[in-house]
Every structure is written in C-alpha cells, then in structure tokens.
Design a binder for this molecule. Structure first.
Ligand SMILES: [Mg+2]
Length: 179
C-alpha cells in the first residue's frame, strides 16, 4: 500500500518535465490532473505559459488528456480553454477514469504518465493503474476544503518520504525498474 504512494518522479514545477527523458522511458502520452496542476484551483483561465508548454509537448508528439475530480461543467470549461480532452468527476484514486483516459488516448498504461499535485489521488490512482507517476508541486490555489483540512496535512508528513529521504526535488528518473 505505502509503495503505491511513491511517485516515480517528483518535480518542483510542471515546466521541469523533460520530454526527451520521458520518451526515453517509453512514455508517449500524459494524463494531467487539472486543479492546482494545470490551473490554480478557483481560476477560470489558463496561464499563457501553461498553454505554450502544452503546445510544446504536442510538438514533441505526446498525446495529452485530463483526468479530474472536478465537475464536468467547471472542469470541462477549463479543458476547452486548455484544448484538451478529459474525463471529469473522476473519483481518483479509483481507476475507471484512468481506464477511460487510456481509451481516449489509445495508449497502454506502460507508455502513459500521470502528472498531478496530490499523492492520494493522482499518484495513488496512477500507481494502481500501472502508469508512470509524476508528482508536481501544487500551483497553490485554494484546495477543496477536505483536501486542505485532512489530505494536505498527511501529505506534508509523508512528502519527504515519498520524494526520497527529505530531498525536496530531484531531476531525472528515480526508479528505472518499477517493482
Ligand atoms: Mg490537483
């Protein structure tokens, strides 16, 4: 169970994702969390840097989509702004939405990475599915209230552990072989 909370990669920023490194690892598609990963929660627009970065990933040949626990209405509007397909009301860490996303992307779990800011939804759900998991720092928008009161506190306790003995970040891929 605890192993399922370990991301394969922990990065301080979304923009630290290295497309060439992912390609070498056999990754051809990325599933993004939405709130506080691509867009600060509560915002109704995307930052130009994020839009440009998504275009850049597409130019590198990656297939992209969103899996969000946010609603179809609100999440869907943001996804249209980001020009990404998505699965909403996803109830991560449950697996069905990731399965649906893989069907949308037309990729296998082994060639797909999930990128998100939360250990108990994005990383846990992704690891359960056998995806390559990338934990990024939260963009810092206000979390959903239960997330703020409970989940983030637990995350703070375990983050030094899941990201590698207290180091805040590292680059490169930590685990070549998933156990
Ligand atoms: Mg999030």
């Amino acid at each position: 169970m605890l192993k399922l909370l370990h991301p394969d990669l922990y990065l301080e920023s979304l923009f630290d994702i290295d497309p060439e490194l992912l390609k070498k690892r056999g990754i051809s598609a990325l599933i993004f969390d939405l709130d506080n990963t691509l867009v600060a929660r509560g915002e109704n627009k995307a930052e130009p840097e994020v839009l440009e970065w998504l275009r850049d990933l597409r130019r590198h040949g990656f297939k992209l989509c969103i899996v969000s626990n946010n609603s179809r209405g609100k999440g869907g509007r943001l996804a249209r702004i980001l020009d990404l397909p998505g699965v909403f009301a996803a109830t991560k860490p449950r697996r069905w939405a990731f399965r649906k996303a893989l069907a949308l992307l037309g990729t296998q779990a082994s060639e797909t990475a999930v990128v998100g800011d939360q250990v108990f939804t994005d990383v846990l759900g992704g690891n359960r599915m056998g995806l390559f998991t990338i934990l990024v720092s939260s963009l810092g928008g206000p979390d959903f209230i239960l997330t703020r009161l409970i989940v983030r506190r637990i995350e703070r306790l375990i983050l030094p552990w899941v990201t590698g003995r207290g180091r805040n970040s590292f680059s490169g891929i930590r685990r070549e072989n998933r156990g």
